[in-house]
Design a protein around this ligand. Structure first.
Ligand SMILES: Cc1ncc(COP(=O)(O)O)c(C=O)c1O
Length: 493
C-alpha cells in the first residue's frame, strides 16, 4: 500500500511541482491509502524531505483544500477530508472527470446555476496565502506609514517595480509616466474626466466592454462605434468615420477583445497607430488579458510598438490576479500627464497605500510570475475543455470563431433570432449568458451572445456547454422572429 512517505516529485517534468504533489496526495486519499482526518506532514517537514520550496507545499495544500480533499484547522495543521461521506462531495460522480484531467474541481452537484456571463475569476485561483504573507511583511516593516495618504500618482517603489515589469514586456517608460489606479474601470473613468467634455467625440469598437460605454455616456460624450472583424478593428470603417469625425480618442481592447475574444493582427495594430498619428487622436489600450495566450502567438501590446507616445496603456490585474484588490496601472503620454494626475486626485486622492505596498513586495519577490503560470495552467485547462465541448455540443446553426486565448467566446444565432430572448430563455433554465445588446451603445437587441469561462470551474464547463447546446436546439425551434428588450445595466463583470 502506498504511503505519504513514498511520494517523490520529478523535477525534470514539465508539470509544476505543486501539481505533482497535489495529484500524489489526492490519489492517496481517493484510493483510501490515507485515513480520513489523518494530519498531513507540516510544510517545513515536507519541503525538506522533498527538497522543494515551502511555497510548493503551500500551493499543493491550498489546491487540495480548494478541491475539498483536505481541511485546515487553525493552529493545528492540515487534515484529510472524509470525501466518501455524502455531505462533503460525491466522489463517485466526479471520478470520471478526475481521471480525465489533472486539475478539476469539486462540488459540481451543488452548482445549479451555470454562469457563463460573468468574467470574474473563481476564488480558488486567488493566491490568498502569498498575499497574506506580503501584507504581514508590509505591516511589520512600515507600521502606521502604510495607512497614511499615499501620493496620488502611486507608491514610488511600486511604480519602479512596474517599470521593470513593463521593460520585460517591451514597454519602455519612466516611473513618472506610470499612474497607479484602483482598477482599470477607474482608469477609463479618470481618463474620460481628464480628456472628454460634453459632446466630445469618442470612438469605440463595436461591440465593446459595457463598463467603458457607461463611462463615456456619463461624460455625455458622443460615441461612434467602429465594427470589429475577426482580425481586429475594421480599418475601412474607421477611415470612413475619420473623414467625418474628429475623436478625442479611441478606446480599444486589442488582445482577446471583450466581448468577442478576437485579437488584432499585427498589421491592424500598426494601421491603427498610423491613423492615430495622421488624425491626431489618442488610443486608450485596455489590456486586461494579454497574458492569457494559450498558443505560441505573440500578443504585442499597442503600447510596445507606439513610437509617438499616443497610446494610453491600462493594465488590469483583475482577471489574472484578484479583482477585489482594486489595483491596476496606466502608462500616460507625457502631454496629458498633469490632467490625468489631477483627475485621479479628484476621484479618490490615491489608491490604497497598503495594497500598493503589498503588491510591490509581491512583484519583487517574483510571486507574481509563479501565480501567473499557475493561473495560466488552470485557465488553459478550462479553455481547452470549452473548445472541445463547443465543437461537440453547440448546434451547427450557431456560428462562432474560436479565439486563441482569453476567457470569452462569441457566438451568433441565425439573423432572425434575438439574443435577448435567448438570455431570458436560458435564465429560466438556470444558465446565464451575456446577450449582445449589453455591448453596444443603444443596447439594441441582436443575434450575438458571449459565453465566458472565468467563473466556471473545470468540471462545470462540459456539462454547461452540453446543457447550452440542448437549450439552443430547443430555442431555435421555438423562438424564431421574436424580439425583446431588457432594460438592465449589467456590465457582466
Ligand atoms: C475590457 C475590460 N476592461 C476593464 C475591466 C474592469 O477591470 P478592473 O476590475 O481592473 O476595473 C473589465 C472587467 O471585466 C473588462 O472586461
Amino acid at each position: 500500500m502506498k504511503k505519504l512517505d513514498d511520494i517523490t516529485l520529478d523535477k525534470s517534468s514539465d508539470e509544476f511541482l505543486y501539481i505533482q504533489l497535489y495529484n500524489n496526495i489526492k490519489n492517496l486519499i481517493v484510493e483510501k491509502n490515507i485515513e480520513p482526518h489523518t494530519k498531513l506532514p507540516t510544510i517545513r517537514y515536507l519541503s525538506k524531505r522533498l527538497d522543494v520550496n515551502n511555497v510548493t507545499i503551500v500551493n499543493a495544500y491550498n489546491l487540495l483544500e480548494q478541491k475539498g480533499y483536505v481541511y485546515k484547522k487553525v493552529g493545528s495543521g492540515t487534515f484529510v477530508q472524509d470525501i466518501f461521506k455524502d455531505d462533503n462531495f460525491s466522489y463517485k460522480k466526479l471520478s470520471i472527470v478526475e481521471k480525465e484531467a489533472n486539475v478539476s474541481d469539486i462540488n459540481r452537484e451543488k452548482i445549479d446555476i451555470i454562469n457563463f456571463a460573468s468574467t470574474s475569476p473563481t476564488p480558488n485561483l486567488f493566491p490568498v496565502e502569498d498575499i497574506k504573507t506580503v501584507l504581514n511583511e508590509v505591516l511589520d516593516r512600515d507600521g502606521g506609514k502604510a495607512f497614511t495618504y499615499q501620493e496620488s500618482q502611486g507608491y514610488y517603489p511600486l511604480r519602479n517595480a512596474i517599470r521593470g515589469y513593463l521593460d520585460e514586456h517591451n514597454i519602455n517608460t519612466t516611473e513618472d509616466n506610470i499612474q497607479i489606479i484602483s482598477g482599470a474601470q477607474q482608469g477609463i473613468d479618470i481618463l474620460s474626466k481628464a480628456l472628454v467634455e460634453y459632446g466630445d467625440i469618442v470612438f469605440t469598437e463595436s461591440p465593446t466592454y459595457t463598463g467603458a460605454l457607461a463611462v463615456f455616456k456619463s461624460r455625455s460624450a458622443r460615441i461612434i462605434e467602429i465594427s470589429i472583424q475577426e482580425d481586429g478593428i475594421d480599418i475601412k470603417d474607421l477611415e470612413n468615420k475619420l473623414r467625418t469625425f474628429n475623436p478625442k480618442f479611441i478606446y480599444v481592447v486589442p488582445n482577446f477583445q471583450n466581448p468577442t475574444g478576437c485579437s488584432y493582427s499585427i498589421e491592424k495594430k500598426y494601421e491603427l497607430l498610423s491613423l492615430a498619428k495622421k488624425h491626431n487622436f489618442y488610443i486608450i489600450e485596455d489590456d486586461y488579458l494579454s497574458d492569457l495566450s494559450f498558443n505560441d502567438e505573440k500578443n504585442e501590446t499597442l503600447k510596445s510598438i507606439d513610437t509617438e507616445d499616443r497610446v494610453v496603456y491600462i493594465k488590469s490585474f483583475s482577471k489574472i490576479l484578484m479583482p477585489g484588490l482594486r489595483l491596476a496601472f496606466m502608462v500616460i503620454p507625457t502631454a496629458i500627464y498633469n490632467d490625468v494626475l489631477s483627475a485621479k486626485h479628484i476621484s479618490d486622492i490615491s489608491t490604497s497605500g497598503l495594497i500598493q505596498r503589498a503588491f510591490d513586495l509581491y512583484l519583487r519577490k517574483g510571486d507574481w510570475k509563479k501565480n501567473l503560470q499557475r493561473v495560466n495552467y488552470i485557465y488553459k485547462e478550462r479553455f481547452n475543455i470549452m473548445i472541445k465541448s463547443i465543437k461537440q455540443y453547440i448546434p451547427k446553426d450557431i456560428s462562432y470563431k474560436l479565439p486563441n486565448g482569453g476567457l470569452s467566446f462569441w457566438f451568433s444565432l441565425p439573423i432572425e433570432y434575438s439574443s435577448n430572448d435567448l438570455y431570458e430563455f436560458c435564465k429560466k433554465n438556470n444558465v446565464i449568458i451575456a446577450p449582445g445588446s449589453a455591448f453596444n451603445v443603444d443596447q439594441s437587441d441582436n443575434e450575438n451572445f458571449r459565453l465566458s469561462i472565468s467563473s466556471l470551474e473545470y468540471n462545470v464547463i462540459e456539462d454547461g456547454i452540453k446543457k447550452m447546446g440542448s437549450l439552443l436546439t430547443q430555442f431555435l425551434n421555438e423562438y424564431k422572429n421574436k424580439k425583446n428588450t431588457i432594460d438592465i445595466y449589467n456590465p457582466f463583470l
